[in-house]
Design a protein around this ligand. Structure first.
Ligand SMILES: CC(C)(COP(=O)(O)OP(=O)(O)OC[C@H]1O[C@@H](n2cnc3c(N)ncnc32)[C@H](O)[C@@H]1OP(=O)(O)O)[C@@H](O)C(=O)NCCC(=O)NCCS
Length: 186
């Protein structure tokens, strides 16, 4: 079925994906979105797992947004520092949500973290973000803490969620992953 999660391809982000990534980022978050320069700095950074989901084979060049065949449908950014991993960003194009793309990207990040040697994976999520919390909860993330008034527009707490990777074994996602030996923090 066209556009179904079964036809998804995950691959490392490329410079040609940035327009589509920034477009998704701008509609996905009410806080100041990550800038194009921020995303650009992560492409080809060996310390960072930066994957995009597209609906065509990984060898093709994505040239358009989520509304066109072959466009970027979502992305995830994660990294491992020593034995702890963090998912720093995850978003799916609004018109393609609830088709399994977020779950696939999350699973790829989990797999990358395991392969990178992490024993635990953290992320932050708005307390009111029921969609993301449901996604993470279904994967086994548990509440690890709270950051008061962490977000702006509107001001809201962040929940810190944690996944124990020693208990997170799952079938590996078929994507190219890179060993991460260090990295910045958000
Ligand atoms: C959160 C987000 C990435 C989920 O992506 P998605 O592709 O729609 O998610 P999936 O289709 O893979 O859903 C997987 C599971 O997550 C849960 N889920 C996802 N969206 C949900 C929603 N709106 N309401 C309730 N549960 C939801 C469900 O358990 C779902 O499984 P199901 O469809 O079999 O019931 C997407 O909503 C998004 O981009 N939101 C804006 C950006 C954002 O909040 N990012 C996370 C920041 S921490």
């Amino acid at each position: 079925m066209p556009g179904s999660a079964r036809e998804l391809s995950l691959r490392p982000a490329r410079p040609g994906d940035l327009d589509a990534i920034v477009a998704i980022e701008r509609v996905a978050f009410t806080d100041p979105p990550w800038s194009r320069a921020s995303f650009a700095s992560l492409v080809d950074d060996p310390r960072v797992v930066f994957l995009v989901a597209t609906d065509r084979p990984a060898g093709g060049e994505a040239v358009a947004g989520a509304g066109a065949p072959g466009g970027v449908l979502g992305y995830v950014v994660a990294w491992v520092v020593v034995d702890e991993a963090e998912i720093a960003n995850l978003a799916v194009a609004p018109e393609r949500r609830r088709t399994g793309i977020g779950r696939r990207l999350l699973e790829a990040a989990v797999t990358s973290a395991v392969l990178g040697g992490a024993r635990v994976l953290y992320l932050e999520v708005r307390e009111s973000n029921t969609a993301a919390r449901a996604l993470y909860g279904a994967r086994g993330f548990v509440l690890a803490g709270r950051r008061s008034d962490y977000y702006r527009n509107p001001v809201e707490d962040a929940l810190v969620l944690r996944l124990d990777l020693r208990a997170a074994a799952s079938p590996p996602e078929r994507v190219r992953t890179r060993r991460v030996d260090g990295g910045a923090s958000t």
